[in-house]
Ligand binder design. Structure first.
Ligand SMILES: [Zn+2]
Length: 440
């Protein structure tokens, strides 16, 4: 009976979101009267026009669009001096996870229930402008399934690079993994199994791995053409970078020596600063949002606080990680936006705000959410910047995020693969925040 109810819910859910995308049904879409932040590192381009053809950016030019009479299949959108930038990426997500989980939903949650929550999380992220996600540890290959569903166009969702479950030794991630892969042969097999099941990135819980296991994981993933990353802290981080890993997650207590080696070797870094908050930083952010008129919703503010407090660290530790981020950026390490917790949209924004509060420039922060992500994932030739010939994954804002990073919240339109996303379509009668199970 319980199963039947779950499948009924799934079908209902499928029908409900069918209409989420609003296809413009035009061969060409002209976005005019806009400013472009292309995220190549170039300056803001003012008073621009962009022409989309199908799913691509066909042309970018200066000035307002001048219509010609022979253009029957053209939709012209006046962006009213809005700001066009590449769609955002959240590079550290666990789509079905809950942190915190005050109602203990995760303890005995079924796969269909986790799958539905994961899909809604990803789709909510798209409506916030996150046209790309990297999943770095997920149960039951739920991330792989949603990636394929979105790619096939069955639902409107972001592009996903999916890891499936992290590769871990037994007792990895401080005992979280009860039964993992031990020894070189098992580690190689674990990487190959994920590849076989459709994963297109590999995540390691490497802290508890021995040196030969780390090297085997990296060699095997690279032989299959997969990039890999690891949850790590020192001294694990240094040896991972030395062994040729592509990216580091968290990098707790990362050393200056490691930062220098990452800069030299081109290793990417997802610092997940919002996993290292203290009460002072949370209050600072909330007061900034209130000053902008964006913090009025008491419920959302209180749940934001709750999520963040779940990961609270000492003020000294929080400060150390922020200084490490700044040092990494100054040393030339390519950094990435990753939120760890869900919802992936709101927490992705918060991570971007934390970058700027840590002393990183707004432009570098925007590139950490766009260009750098595409580069790490090997798709920079198609995505990650606003340039002619690239796929039209775009975020359009009312206000300039280079003036205040919190303007990243002033979403006007989102395009994924040339299609305009309906930002208003509700999930149901519940709010997205109901997922958390409101604290009593
Ligand atoms: Zn994580």
């Amino acid at each position: 009976m319980k199963r039947a109810k779950e499948y009924f819910t799934l079908i209902l859910f499928l029908l409900t979101v069918m209409a989420l995308f609003q296809n413009l049904h035009a061969q060409k879409t002209v976005l005019t009267n806009c400013n472009i932040i292309d995220c190549t590192g170039a300056k803001l381009q003012k008073n621009m026009t962009m022409i989309l053809e199908g799913n691509k950016i066909q042309e970018i030019k200066k000035g307002l669009y001048a219509s010609d009479s022979t253009s029957e299949d053209i939709t012209v959108i006046d962006l009213e001096n809005g700001y066009v930038m590449p769609g955002l990426w959240n590079m550290h997500t666990h789509l079905s996870d809950l942190l915190p989980d005050p109602k203990n939903i995760l303890i005995d949650e079924s796969a269909p229930s986790a799958t539905i929550r994961a899909g809604l999380n990803a789709m909510d992220g798209l409506r916030h402008g996150f046209t790309g996600l990297r999943s770095v540890h997920e149960r039951d290959y739920i991330d792989v399934e949603w990636r394929d569903i979105f790619d096939r166009g069955l639902f409107p969702g972001p592009r996903i690079f999916a890891s499936g479950a992290a590769v871990s030794p037994t007792g990895g991630h401080r005992g979280l993994v009860a039964k993992g892969s031990d020894g070189v042969a098992e580690i190689r097999k674990a990487v190959r199994e994920r590849f076989q099941n459709g994963a297109n990135v590999i995540k390691l819980f490497s802290v508890e791995m021995l040196q030969d296991e780390v090297e085997a994981a990296i060699e095997t993933a690279h032989s299959l053409g997969l990039t890999l990353t690891a949850h790590s802290r020192e001294p694990d981080t240094y040896r991972l970078v030395e062994a040729g890993i592509d990216c580091i997650e968290h990098g707790y207590n990362i050393s200056d020596e490691t930062i220098a080696l990452m800069a030299k070797k081109g290793t990417f870094y997802t610092p997940t600063i919002i996993c290292n908050l203290s009460a002072g930083y949370i209050n600072e952010r909330e007061s900034r949002l209130r000053a902008m008129g964006l913090g009025d919703d008491e419920e959302i503010a209180s749940i934001r606080m709750l999520i963040n407090m779940a990961d609270e660290r000492s003020p000294e530790f929080a400060l150390y990680q922020r200084q490490a981020l700044k040092k990494a950026v100054d040393a030339g390490v390519k950094v990435l936006i990753g939120s760890d917790s869900m919802p992936v949209g709101e927490l992705g924004f918060m991570e971007m705000e934390q970058f700027v509060l840590s002393g990183v420039s707004e432009m570098t922060t925007l590139m950490a959410a766009t260009r750098n992500c595409a580069e790490l994932l090997g798709v920079l030739d198609e995505l990650g910047t606003v340039e002619e010939g690239k796929l039209a994954d775009l975020l359009i804002l009312d206000k300039n995020p280079l003036e205040n990073i919190s303007n990243i919240r002033t979403t006007k339109m989102v395009f994924k693969n040339g299609v305009s996303v309906n930002l208003d379509y509700p999930n149901g009668t519940a709010t997205f925040w109901d997922y958390f199970g409101k604290p009593e």
